[in-house]
Ligand binder design. Structure first.
Ligand code: UTP
Length: 408
């Protein structure tokens, strides 16, 4: 009998505790032990995160400096792709949202504006574009979830009538999960009968899109380009004809939006070239010298922040999906079950978590288009419960953009 079937049957007969053991067996059977073992070796041997390389500034196109003809050319091409059904939007909503601490998928969070959730904000944004760009068809919308929040996400869409979207135009897919591993190499158990799994990072999107049939679904629909963004930026332009046309006309298989960082230490990765290839240096890895470097006009040399607003061609999804991206190691503190079955609450970090970052895909390309946009029009993240980048700041920025008519 299949594990799933056995679990279902056990539940039917009220044997929920045993069903839990079977469910865990199912989870364990899906773990790529060879990969986990390699990642553990990498983490425990302290293999340094890739450093060094020849770092140089990357060419950036400033949207505000485009000539009227260029804007028009890009915009018209973008609209054409949208109208022809050759463009799709992908929302990454598989993160855990630990900092926000919301009970449920982050996309279900209500920041207190007219739309009652982050998902509704994005749905409205896409539907609004449809009425502007015409074409009579909805932009296919793909949503990446994790095993942890997939069920709740789908249920939320159903309960809310898909926010006016036709269900056949919304497709959910789950990203892969990886177990957390203790410093001793043992996979962490968080209860005596379950293992601690975590989504494999936003860079897991390529493997997931390929393996879960999303790339083939896009191909079947004739999609040429797709935007990929996070769920937590309430000003994200999921469907920006200018950006789409910018990528298409210039033949970029991969393009990203940037904005000038607020100060040298803003918590955002910055675009640059590394060994002549597009690259993002994470804020955790940037040197003080690089963070503060300015040119003769006093402008940051490495000031273009990556805001998780990217476009990829269908070929790019295909290629990156075949190879996947490297995993980075984060050291975390997590409860675990010891040999005697007791739950231990450690007071210092005790485990490794492995995540891939979407921007590691950029260096696959010799050229990447970077379009610098205005922060107040396109960036209002919801990361923390309070203070900077919180629901309160995002709400204020959203309402300001709305009042200026910038939510097209
Ligand atoms: P963050 O890296 O800010 O993570 O994700 P998070 O899960 O939202 O929040 P914290 O760090 O736990 O507090 C940026 C975007 O990438 C998505 C998130 O859902 C968010 O839209 N993401 C992140 C995934 O889809 N999968 C992941 O494994 C990680």
């Amino acid at each position: 009998m299949e594990l799933k079937e056995l679990s279902r049957k056990l539940k039917e007969y009220g044997q929920n505790e045993l069903a839990e053991i079977i469910d865990t067996a199912g989870t364990i059977s899906g773990i790529d032990l060879e990969l986990v073992s390699k990642l553990y070796c990498m983490a425990s041997e302290g293999v340094p995160e890739e450093t060094g390389g020849d770092i140089a500034p990357i060419p950036v196109t400033v949207a505000a400096d485009l000539s009227a003809e260029e804007r028009d050319k890009y915009f018209r091409k973008g609209e054409e792709l949208i109208r022809n059904g050759e463009f799709a939007a992908v929302t990454m909503a598989g993160g855990q949202g630990t900092r926000l601490g919301h009970n449920g998928p982050k996309g279900t969070f209500d920041i207190g504006v007219r739309e009652h959730s982050l998902f509704e904000i994005q749905a409205n944004r896409l539907l609004r574009r449809l009425s502007i760009s015409g074409g009579g068809r909805q932009i296919p919308w793909y949503i990446m979830t994790s095993e942890e929040n997939d069920h709740a996400t789908r249920a939320f869409f159903e309960a809310n009538g898909y926010f006016g979207y036709l269900p056949e135009n919304v497709r959910f897919f789950t990203q892969f999960m990886l177990p957390m591993v203790g410093f001793d190499g043992k996979i962490i158990r968080n209860t005596p009968v379950s293992v601690k799994m975590g989504a494999d990072g936003h860079g897991g999107i390529f493997r997931a899109m390929k393996a879960k049939g999303i790339v083939s679904d896009m191909k079947a629909r004739g999609i040429k380009y797709a935007f990929v963004g996070g769920i937590d930026n309430v000003l994200v332009k999921l469907c920006d004809p200018l950006f789409i046309g910018f990528a298409y006309v210039n033949g970029f298989k991969c393009a990203g939006k940037s904005l000038i960082k607020r100060d040298p230490y803003e918590k955002a990765g910055v675009f640059c070239l590394k060994d002549s290839r597009p690259y993002v240096v994470e804020y955790t890895e940037i040197s003080d010298e690089m963070a503060k470097a300015v040119d003769e006009n006093g402008e940051f040399i490495y000031g273009d922040a990556h805001i998780l607003c990217n476009i990829f061609s269908i070929d790019a999804f295909e290629e990156a999906g075949d190879e996947g991206l490297p995993y980075h190691v984060a050291v975390k503190k997590t409860d675990f079950v010891d040999g005697s079955g007791a739950v231990v609450h450690p007071d210092k970090p005790n485990a490794y978590k492995f995540e891939a970052f979407i921007f590691d895909a950029f260096r696959r390309y010799e050229k990447m288009g970077i379009l610098r946009v205005k922060r107040e029009d396109e960036f209002a993240p919801v990361k923390n419960r309070e203070g900077e980048d919180s629901p309160a700041t995002a709400k204020a920025l959203y309402e300001d953009a709305e009042a200026r008519g910038m939510l097209d």
